[in-house]
Each structure stands twice: as C-alpha cells, then as structure tokens.
Design a protein around this ligand. Structure first.
Ligand code: SF4
Length: 138
C-alpha cells in the first residue's frame, strides 16, 4: 500500500504538471495517477513519503521544511481520522471529508507554501468544494 504524507492529498488538487524538476514531476505524476486518478487506497503518514523521495528538499535527515509540513500533516490526520494515527483511506473518501473544510482552514494550511501564489491550489480546492474536476494527464 502506498504511504502518503497527509498534506500531499491537498497538493494533488493543485497539480498542473509543474514541480521542482523533471524527476520530481515524473514521479509525482506516477503517484498522482495511482492515488488521485485511480483511487488507490493509501496509508496516511506525517513523514517523508513516495513523493518526497524525488524532491530536492529531501535530505538524508528529512525534509528541509519538515517542521512546517509536519504541522499540516498532523492537522489533516486528526481531521480525517481523529485519534486513529494508523489510518488507511481511499482517496475518494478522504476528499469527501476534505471538501467540507472551510476555505479559511485551507488557506491557513497552505497559503505560506511557495506554490500557493500560482493560484492552482486555491482553484483546485474550490473545484473540490464545488464538485468539480482537477485531473491532469489522463
Ligand atoms: S518539500 Fe518536503 S514534504 Fe514536500 S515533497 Fe519535498 S520533501 Fe516532501
């Protein structure tokens, strides 16, 4: 089963084929296809995952932004699972819950990310709330 950092569920909503470099984007697309497009069940975690492994911010000691991203993961894990920290979930089910999050909560989590200013993430979250589609690459 794929292990996925909780906040990467939100990153999928804003993915438009861009990323740190080609290796990162190719790997992101592979995981995105399996999880976001094909709804492969995931184990939600709050540590470096299959997406991080190709990221230039991932060093041997972990993510350079670990403190910041872990807070997002932990908020989302509690939001999705309560106290069950070993949760597995189908992405479709996770997005049903995430769609109920307010735009203010979403902005609090994501607005300080370097990718936020492009506008794709906010647009993707609003699409989710409105029952729309964010798919790319299929
Ligand atoms: S910035 Fe950190 S959490 Fe995000 S993909 Fe890179 S290593 Fe993973």
């Amino acid at each position: 089963m794929i292990k996925l950092r909780a906040h990467h569920l939100l990153c999928f909503l804003g993915f438009r084929g861009y990323g740190y470099n080609k290796g990162f984007v190719d790997n992101f697309m592979r995981v995105y296809q399996k999880v976001y497009i094909n709804n492969q069940r995931v184990k939600i975690i709050s540590s470096p995952d299959v997406i991080c492994k190709n990221c230039p911010n991932k060093k041997t000691e972990g993510c350079l932004q670990e403190e910041k991203v872990k807070k997002k993961d932990q908020f989302l894990i509690e939001y999705l699972f309560g106290l069950n920290i070993n949760g597995t979930i189908s992405p479709k089910e996770a997005y049903q819950y995430l769609a109920k999050m307010s735009i203010e909560e979403f902005e609090r989590l994501c607005s300080r990310c370097e990718w936020y200013s492009y506008g794709f993430c906010r647009q993707g979250f609003l699409n989710l709330k409105n029952g729309g589609d964010n798919k790319v690459g299929d």
